[in-house]
Design a protein around this ligand. Structure first.
Ligand code: PLP
Length: 425
């Protein structure tokens, strides 16, 4: 275990000793006054891998060269284009290739999944989410409840932390399930909570949910590419995530979806069908009867948006090279270093909202300045003027995420130095 010191020399030493330091050069770092910004915003939008342009250009060239024949004769033929992602995506989320597909956006995938996996009955009709869930999840869940002619007042349960506690504990979830598990159809929680940065023990939650007969699902927007996941082994029923945060696939990138192998052939479940979910051997016979493909692919609606997907290949290539285990090892160090510097230099001014236990968080720390909302907002703006990009969440939280693929210990040191200059001035 490294003993941290609060000096610039140690940041440089840590960077020199970092086996993943070379990956930074694979990314475009936004510039500020002629030098790299301190970009700590991968929790919102990941940076662009340098290879993205090549992957995009190759598809543009194949379209120029081949027209429609690119579907079969392109370097990466467009017809099975989504298949090029399956094994790599599966490695990132701990799944089998048949369990994952990249398609649509997160919220669309959530709706597609709930259409199949939220099948309320008179007895079992509730959906459990956390209070303070990401608004889009909340809207989607309420909409699904209403689509079934039910009332969110009676069918939506919003789990809150116990009185006096900052987080929902896994034991709170177990207690809720103990009390009303028989009426719960779907338990839908984040892998990593977007506001606080808290990581949930997903395996334990699945076990508790399944023991009560519930379907258990996760929104992994802030977890995929951030923390190690074993979706298959944990028996997660389904999960959705976006690829524009830690997966670096660009603004509005095509999203990810996991459906556990045990549901791969659940063809009797209702689903919103489209031709790209149809059995690929007979798809072009153009018959009227829908024959779904086994696995997550069977939920695809449309043919893959090649330009929306191409950047993800560039990023997945880097994930494969770095490996999630090594990324997590660096991430634990980098965030611990950030926490150490904040406690060392700013413990009177900054409260860290994210759990202190490294197993209960990813790379992000959510910071609340004691100075109050107005002052906190000013500090945030001054950070931006000084070349630091984090992100602001109302009413008074600054989220910062040192990402192991491209952030350095010097970034973290520089950020805390600048912040200290602003809040103690
Ligand atoms: C936790 C969480 N869920 C859902 C979404 C919505 O994603 P999309 O707009 O890609 O559907 C986001 C977007 O940032 C998010 O952070």
């Amino acid at each position: 275990m490294t003993t941290f010191r609060a000096d610039a020399a140690q940041a440089a030493e840590l960077d020199r000793a970092d086996p993943l330091a070379g990956f930074r050069a694979h990314f475009h770092l936004p510039q500020h006054d002629g030098r790299d910004e301190i970009y700590l915003c991968g929790n919102s939008l990941g940076l662009q891998p340098r290879n993205t342009e090549r992957y995009m250009r190759e598809e543009l060239e194949d379209w120029q060269r081949l027209g429609v024949k690119g579907h079969f004769d392109g370097r990466r033929p467009w017809m099975p284009y989504h298949e090029f992602f399956a094994e790599r995506t599966a490695r990132v989320v701990g799944a089998k290739p048949i369990e994952v597909v990249n398609m649509n956006s997160l919220t669309v995938n959530l709706h597609l999944m709930m259409t199949s996996f939220y099948r309320p009955t008179a007895k079992r009709h509730k959906i459990v989410i956390e209070r303070g869930a990401f608004p889009s999840d909340h809207y989607a869940v309420e909409a699904q409840i209403r689509l079934h002619g039910l009332d969110p007042d009676t069918s939506l349960v919003e789990l809150a932390p116990a009185t006096g506690r900052a987080y929902i504990e896994e034991s709170d979830i177990e207690a809720l399930l103990e009390a009303e598990g028989e009426s719960v159809a779907l338990l839908m929680l984040p892998g990593v909570q977007y506001y606080s940065g808290q990581a949930f023990d997903m395996e334990r939650i699945v076990r508790a949910g399944h023991a009560c007969g519930c379907t258990v699902a996760f929104d992994l927007a802030h977890a995929t590419g951030n923390i190690p996941l074993k979706l298959h082994d944990w028996d997660v029923d389904f999960a959705v995530w976006c690829n524009y945060k830690y997966m670096n696939a660009g603004p509005g990138a095509v999203a990810g979806c996991f459906v556990h192998e045990c549901h791969a052939r659940a063809f009797d479940r209702p689903r919103l069908a489209g031709w790209w979910g149809h059995d690929k051997q007979s798809r072009f016979r153009m018959g009227p009867e829908f024959v779904p493909m086994p696995g997550a692919e069977g939920w695809q609606l449309s043919n893959p948006p090649v330009f929306g997907l191409a950047p993800l290949l560039a990023s997945l290539e880097l994930f494969d090279e770095a490996g999630m285990d090594r990324l997590r090892a660096k991430s634990l160090m980098l965030t611990a270093y950030l926490e150490f510097l904040l406690r060392e230099k700013l413990s009177a001014e900054v409260e860290i909202l994210t759990p202190a236990d490294p197993q209960r968080r990813g790379c992000q720390l959510s910071l609340r300045l004691h100075a109050g909302r107005h002052q906190a907002r000013r500090v945030f703006e001054r950070l931006e003027e000084a070349g630091v990009t984090g992100d602001w969440r109302e009413p008074d939280v600054i989220r910062v995420a040192p990402v192991p693929l491209y952030n350095s210990y010097a970034d973290v040191f520089g950020f805390v130095e600048i912040l200290a200059g602003l809040v103690t001035a």
